[in-house]
Design a protein around this ligand. Structure first.
Ligand SMILES: [Zn+2]
Ligand SMILES: [Zn+2]
Length: 186
């Protein structure tokens, strides 16, 4: 069991409340990232105001970066100590994902705003988590090690498109490249 310090939105338009939260250990395809930095943008604000009705209480945060602390048994893409940026979640097996366009994953909205894994489970105790597959408003984030979901910094540095807000249009107000070429990063 992990114990993290998280900024939790408990009610519509409520403040960020700093709480200790228990989180299950990572599954085989998941990693734990010690969060060093995270951004905040309109997608977080939309959920706080319940413009997007993700369940509350919830740990928001979808632009996290940090250092890999633990990895699941099947993870090969990163090792403990790697510096990573966490990007948008994708399922890895839909037609868009298999076609090399994970930004257009048909499960993107569910994985981003559903506040649970795709199988409906929630590793967070007493609060909802898994926001954008990371909930990075916390000292530690649980993320999948899938392609692009948690990208080593050395790779991300070569792919500027991966470093913008990961929210797919039209859910984020920040401009994004409309081209699908932006989803070809490793
Ligand atoms: Zn997919
Ligand atoms: Zn954003």
């Amino acid at each position: 069991m992990l114990n993290v310090r998280a900024a939790v939105i408990e009610a519509k338009d409520g403040p960020f409340v700093f709480r200790d939260v228990d989180v299950d250990e990572p599954r085989a395809d998941e990693i734990v990232v010690r969060v060093v930095a995270t951004g905040i943008c309109q997608a977080d604000a939309h959920v706080r105001s319940q413009g997007y009705a993700s369940p509350l209480p919830l740990v928001l945060g979808h632009e996290g970066a940090g250092i890999v602390e633990h990895i699941g048994a099947s993870v090969r893409s990163v090792v403990p100590g790697d510096r990573v940026v966490m990007s948008f979640p994708s399922c890895g097996y839909c037609d868009e994902c298999l076609g090399g366009h994970p930004a257009y994953c048909v499960h993107n909205l569910q994985l981003s705003f559903g506040a649970a894994r795709l199988d409906g489970t929630n590793a967070f105790h007493d609060v909802h988590g898994h926001f954008f597959g990371q909930s990075s408003f916390a000292t530690y984030a649980l993320a999948r090690a899938a392609r692009r979901a948690a990208m080593p910094l050395r790779a991300a540095a070569h792919h500027r498109s991966c470093r913008r807000c990961p929210t797919p249009p039209p859910h984020c107000a920040r401009p994004r490249a409309a081209s699908r070429a932006s989803s070809h990063c490793p």
